[in-house]
Design a protein around this ligand. Structure first.
Ligand SMILES: Cc1cc2nc3c(=O)[nH]c(=O)nc-3n(C[C@H](O)[C@H](O)[C@H](O)COP(=O)(O)O)c2cc1C
Length: 571
């Protein structure tokens, strides 16, 4: 192996004979500089070199001076490289690491006229930076999130990097995506508004976070939680953007499943509420039904019991009349043939006032007949109303039911001490018989008419509500006195769906919107405690809507009366 001392270079000088300006320059540079002669004696070393090798000084043999344990291997490296330089007469570069000092040195050895120039640069900061970068890269490689970097100075904002997680997530290899814009992940279900949000962020060079539908290479969609973030250079210019992708498809599915199950729970709760409501209605119906059955039985029994004696009276009144006429005729004949009867007969004849009896008796029998007739009418209405024998669906004349109810309520319609008689206006159309449960419908008419009378007891509206349907009819106005108007008609809904409408309107005080909404709720009543069960209208609803597939609603406003509209399908 050639030795450094084999070269012919000037002998070492113990003095630093270099011109001050050059040595000044060498002092100012960041590198440690060592100049060796051909025998490896130190010709010159600047302060940094002195600091690095404190044991050395000019004139000594650089490769044989003892150094500390950490520096010795460095010097050996320099020596090996120096030999190569001398052999090849070319610049040689090497590096060394001092673990205890955590110092990285880059070493350059140049051949020169006087021997060798050695430049040693401390690159620890640079190396540490690199090591840190390598660590960070490792972290990005190990990350479960996709990471991409796009070059913002490239016209397409092309991708220049993607980590393995991105490759795994999307199915694309890095080689396939480099140079492309990341929009290739988008597809038919990608929301344009979300893409616009991203575009806006990039335009304004700011951070962004979106969740959007993306597609893998094999076409399968996934939910991508994407964060993008600008990278700026020392002048604040955005040179790159970093994108971090997170596949949240499972989370989304779980959220959807949760939402669906919440929806199901809500539906169940609504169903439960419905069932509860139905139960309340059924309970109300049962109570009312029980009441009506026993009342009906009572009414039917009483009607039957009254019917027989009234029939005797009614049918015998004609005989009584003719017998009385016969007797009076006989008395008249006696008067003609025996104009002067005995004193006892004359006394009684003047006492009984035979002429008066003669004139009054037929009238008396007539009024008895009218009374009996009225009783018969009431009995008929009672029987018609209770209709216990008609629990089955059957064709019925609805007007008969309404009239029976009116007959039974006649005493309430009559004038009272605090108000005049209630006028009932009938606006009946010609109706066909309707297939229905007559007993139940009679109960509806009875309830509505009773309520109308109750309302009229409280006062009379001066203005009267017109339902939208009756608005055009000026004759539908119900001015005082207290009035109930009952109107029936046939109407058509949708495709030839014929139905019968029964409107029962009163010009009472009417009621507020909130009352209107709760009218048909079981146990809701506006009447004082003890006067209303709150079941009347809920029974009406039950009978019309549930039993007859019809509809019942109410139009009312304070001071404008109220109108109940029942619709019953004809088929
Ligand atoms: C760093 C970075 C990462 C991006 N990652 C995605 C992505 O994973 N999925 C996606 O649909 N769009 C992604 N984009 C958005 C698109 O590349 C593009 O900016 C967006 O579609 C709006 O621009 P355009 O109107 O040119 O398509 C990313 C953008 C950047 C800058």
């Amino acid at each position: 192996m050639p030795r450094l001392s084999d070269r012919s270079v000037p002998p070492p000088s113990t003095e630093n004979s270099f011109h001050p300006p050059i040595s000044q320059i060498l002092e100012q540079i960041a590198d440690a500089v060592l100049l060796l002669d051909a025998q490896s004696h130190i010709l010159y070393l600047n302060t940094r070199a002195q600091q690095l090798f404190p044991e050395t000084q000019t004139g000594i043999h650089f490769f044989s001076t003892p150094l500390d344990d950490e520096l010795d291997p460095v010097r050996q490296k320099i020596e090996r490289a120096a030999i190569e330089v001398i052999q090849g007469q070319a610049i040689r570069e090497t590096s060394a690491y001092l673990p205890q000092r955590q110092q990285w040195l880059d070493i350059q050895i140049h051949p020169s006229d006087w021997g060798l120039s050695i430049y040693i640069k401390d690159v620890s900061a640079h190396q540490q930076g690199l090591a840190r970068l390598r660590l960070l890269e490792q972290a990005i490689i190990a990350s479960n999130n996709g990471v991409v970097i796009s070059d913002m100075q490239h016209p397409k904002q092309a991708l220049i990097y993607c980590n393995p997680a991105f490759e795994k997530l999307t199915g694309y290899a890095q080689a396939e995506i480099l140079g492309r814009n990341c929009r290739f992940l988008q597809g038919p279900e990608t929301d344009p508004a979300t893409v616009e949000e991203l575009r806006q962020c990039i335009r304004e060079r700011r951070d962004g976070r979106v969740i959007l539908r993306n597609y893998r290479k094999d076409g399968t969609p996934f939910w991508n939680e994407l964060r993008i973030s600008p990278v700026r250079d020392s002048e604040g210019q955005v040179t790159h953007y970093i994108g971090v992708q997170n596949d949240i498809t499972e989370r989304k599915q779980a959220e959807n499943a949760l939402r669906e199950s919440e929806q199901r729970e809500r539906e169940k709760a609504a169903q439960l509420e419905d069932t509860l409501c139905q139960l309340q209605r059924t309970q109300a119906k049962l109570i009312q039904y029980e009441k009506m059955v026993s009342l009906g039985q009572l009414v039917a029994g009483v009607a039957h019991e009254i019917n027989n004696p009234v029939s005797f009276i009614y049918s015998n009144l004609n005989y009584a009349n003719s017998y009385a006429q016969d007797l009076l005729n006989l008395v008249r004949l006696y008067q003609q043939h025996y104009p002067t009867p005995g004193a006892e007969i004359s006394a009684i004849a003047s006492e009984v006032d035979l002429d008066f009896i003669n004139a009054d008796f037929p009238k008396l029998l007539d009024s008895m007949k009218a009374g009996a007739e009225r009783i018969r009418q009431i009995v008929l209405s009672l029987r018609n109303f209770s209709r216990l024998d008609e629990a089955e669906l059957k064709p019925v004349n609805l007007h008969e039911g309404i009239e029976s109810s009116l007959t039974l309520l006649q005493h309430r319609l009559n004038a009272q001490t605090n108000r005049p008689a209630i006028e009932v206006i009938r606006e009946y159309s010609h109706l066909p018989k309707v297939q229905c449960y007559p007993g139940q419908l009679n109960q509806v008419f009875m309830n509505l008419l009773n309520n109308a009378i109750d309302a009229l007891e409280q006062g009379v509206s001066l203005r009267v509500l017109h339902s939208p349907e009756s608005l055009a009819n000026t004759d539908s106005v119900l001015p005082p006195p207290p009035t109930i108007r009952i109107r029936t008609e046939i109407a058509t809904k949708g495709k030839n769906q014929e139905y019968i409408t029964i409107r029962i309107a009163d010009n009472g005080p009417g009621f507020q919107e909130e009352v209107k909404h709760r009218l048909f709720d079981p146990f809701f009543t506006t009447k004082p405690v003890g006067q209303g069960t709150g079941l009347g209208l809920s029974i009406c609803y039950e009978v019309v809507v549930e039993q007859h597939n019809g509809d019942i609603r109410c139009i009312s406003a304070p001071g404008l009366g109220a109108e109940f509209i029942i619709e019953l399908p004809l088929s």
